[in-house]
Write a protein that binds this ligand. Structure first.
Ligand SMILES: Cc1cc2nc3c(=O)[nH]c(=O)nc-3n(C[C@H](O)[C@H](O)[C@H](O)COP(=O)(O)OP(=O)(O)OC[C@H]3O[C@@H](n4cnc5c(N)ncnc54)[C@H](O)[C@@H]3O)c2cc1C
Length: 389
């Protein structure tokens, strides 16, 4: 039965994945969806539409909300077959990685019906409004206020480090709805349309020239009370649930389906002897990374199976985030060595793959900060996983 499904998926992918979508994704051709998506490569639009029509951008979400309705083993087969063919992910999405799972758990039927299909189809792009200038690791200190006036919340305050806010359509946001309650008790989780006069997203320009982050300012911004997720003042629990999904997504970030294995890349570029990499020291470090990575992948697979059986990862997602981001950093350190002096080239001539690897190497440093820093993950593991005082 599963073999039939595998054959079906393989056939469908062969017939429907456009040729250029079977090559590694260049950063500028990534598809994040939403109203402002430009589709630099027209085949990426075709690929997204075909995958979304099958619900395979969110393979395991229920069909009722536009998902693929696949069982865990089927979703794994789809992932393996996409990997085999070198398919690009059709859609990168905070909606799929973070908001969707939380809506499935805490949203009302109306909220699920309104938002989930648009996420699956990549019609609406979401960003995450958690951090504030004085609330990063200590997230519960957040001060952005939301007051209920009639049927609407009026929001005032600001968020910072909001990835891609200027390209996003909606923001899922933590706001303070009761300033007199204890830190965690007065927080609510709500959805806000960014296309309104009271919301301004200002890009923060980095030293690299890129602006992946923004500051977001709310000045009497409005959102309907229907956009409150979960109970009023009960947002902290939802915030934490979303962070477990975010941390899990970040921990898997080193698994790029369309990327050639590190060993093959190394063999293309470095001297070999008898089919082996000639540099014994490098070979050993590469082998050690591969072993750690394989062990981590298997651990993640096991965790996924537990989750499908109803087990919640809870604080354990901090272990995956910590380990996955450290592995990711080690991987890009090795890739920099493979590329040698080519990895110093930032733009202009040279191999685009090397330039991408350099950007990925720099980006991997941020992995251990976003979604909570490594130090914070260590605190969570100490307290909540190991039960230390
Ligand atoms: C690539 C990237 C993308 C991001 N995207 C988003 C986004 O889309 N939305 C969003 O809301 N935020 C986003 N962030 C922000 C991120 O969540 C925060 O940067 C992070 O939570 C840390 O907060 P901070 O920057 O205020 O650092 P701080 O909290 O000020 O921490 C500074 C240093 O002190 C350490 N520290 C703080 N408290 C403790 C403690 N109790 N024990 C031990 N060490 C401690 C930290 O580990 C860190 O090294 C992003 C960050 C990055 C790097």
């Amino acid at each position: 039965m599963l073999q039939d499904f595998r054959a079906e998926v393989r056939q469908w992918l062969e017939a429907n994945c456009p040729a250029s979508m079977r090559t590694p994704t260049m950063e500028e051709e990534e598809v994040w969806g939403g109203r402002k998506e430009q589709f630099k490569n027209p085949e990426s639009k075709v690929w997204l539409e075909r995958m979304a029509a099958k619900g395979w951008t969110a393979p395991e979400w229920p069909k009722a909300y536009g998902g693929g309705g696949l069982k865990p083993q089927e979703a794994l087969i789809l992932k393996e077959e996409m990997q085999r063919l070198g398919c690009r992910p059709p859609l990168l999405s905070f909606g799929i990685w973070m908001l969707g799972p939380v809506l499935l758990q805490y949203g009302t039927e109306e909220q699920k019906k309104k938002h989930l299909p648009e996420i699956v189809q990549g019609k609406v792009r979401w960003c995450q409004g958690y951090s504030e200038p004085a609330a990063g690791s200590d997230l519960a200190s957040l001060q952005t206020r939301a007051e209920l006036v009639g049927d609407q919340f009026i929001i005032n305050g600001s968020k910072v480090w909001t990835s891609y806010a200027d390209s996003s359509d909606w923001i899922f946001c933590l706001v303070r709805t009761d300033p007199n309650a204890g830190k965690q008790q007065g927080i609510s989780f709500m959805l806000i349309d960014m296309n309104q006069p009271g919301v301004k997203a200002e890009p923060i320009r980095l030293i690299s020239g890129a602006s992946p982050f923004c500051e977001v300012f709310f000045s009497d911004a409005k959102t309907s009370k229907d956009n409150l997720i979960g109970p009023l003042n009960g947002g902290w629990q939802i915030a934490k649930a979303l962070l477990t999904h975010e941390r899990q997504a970040i921990s898997e970030i080193n698994k790029k389906a369309s990327e050639l294995p590190l060993e093959i890349q190394a063999k293309h570029k470095l001297p070999t002897r008898n089919g082996q990499l000639a540099d014994e020291h490098f070979r050993q470090r590469l082998a050690a990374w591969h072993m750690d990575n394989t062990a981590f992948e298997w651990t993640l697979e096991r965790e996924m199976s537990l989750q499908k059986a109803g087990h919640s990862p809870g604080a354990a997602s901090s272990m995956f985030k910590l380990y996955g981001t450290e592995l990711n950093k080690r991987k890009y350190e090795l890739m920099m060595e493979v590329s040698g002096f080519q990895s110093l080239i930032w733009e202009g001539a040279g191999d685009e793959k090397d330039r991408q690897a350099t950007r990925d190497w720099l980006r991997s440093k941020g992995n251990s900060i976003e979604g909570g820093t490594s130090e914070i993950q260590l605190n969570v593991i100490a307290k909540r996983v190991l039960g230390l005082p």
